[in-house]
Design a protein around this ligand. Sequence first.
Ligand SMILES: *Cc1c(COP(=O)(O)O)cnc(C)c1O
Length: 248
Amino acid sequence: MPVSPEPDPDERLAQLREALAAVRARIAAACAAAGRPASEVTLVAVTKGFPADDVARLGRLGALDVGEARDQEARAKRAELAADPLAGDRRWHVIGRLQTNKARSVATYAALVHTVDRLGLAEALGQAAAHGLEAGRPRLPVLVQASLDGDPARGGAGAGELPALLDAAAAHPALDLRGLMVVAPREGDPGAHFAAAAALMAQARARIGGLDVLSAGMSGDLEAAIAHGATHVRVGTALLGDRGPIVG
Ligand SMILES: *Cc1c(COP(=O)(O)O)cnc(C)c1O
């Protein structure tokens, strides 16, 4: 007897369809409550820890923005999905802490790098993207990750480092700085955390023109993030289920 059989593929598709509808309904309700059009919020399906088949299923259901935390996992899934009919339409979001030596790799496929958290990484991504420019690719869209509480576990630049990092990313000719990303601390009121994120966003916009992206909110707190202006929510568990204790 198999201990945990693979779910029937069609059953999994039905499961994902239902979960996606529920998350989209939550986003729509949160947008309505905030007086914002639902079209302002992009759902990034966080597929880390789940197989490429799930990425393909989500694509068939219309979810073509996918988030991965690790370059190696993203590359493996992209390779598996090379022949997927939707491969060319899918946008890969890099949402995990990035080692500088992965910059070259992610610059070749990332639609948006959410996690620029230090000057050295901005420089490495900029150099990698400059090679892309020479090869005819556009500038690399990036977000600066801001820390809301200074806890290194969640990553992000602290308040003291943020202005210089924003300036460096904005000034780099091969980077297209679009805005900020935050991960809210687990403790405390999500509304207060995202209000702080909105304040950082306002400061960043006052400093640098044209910033239009705030990546904030996950399965447990997307409503509060949308109430405070999130344009991108990164949702894993509520769509795909529990990743278990190991991956993540
Ligand atoms: C894993 C992850 C998510 C998704 O979290 P869920 O709670 O599963 O929705 C969002 N953002 C980042 C940065 C992550 O690493």
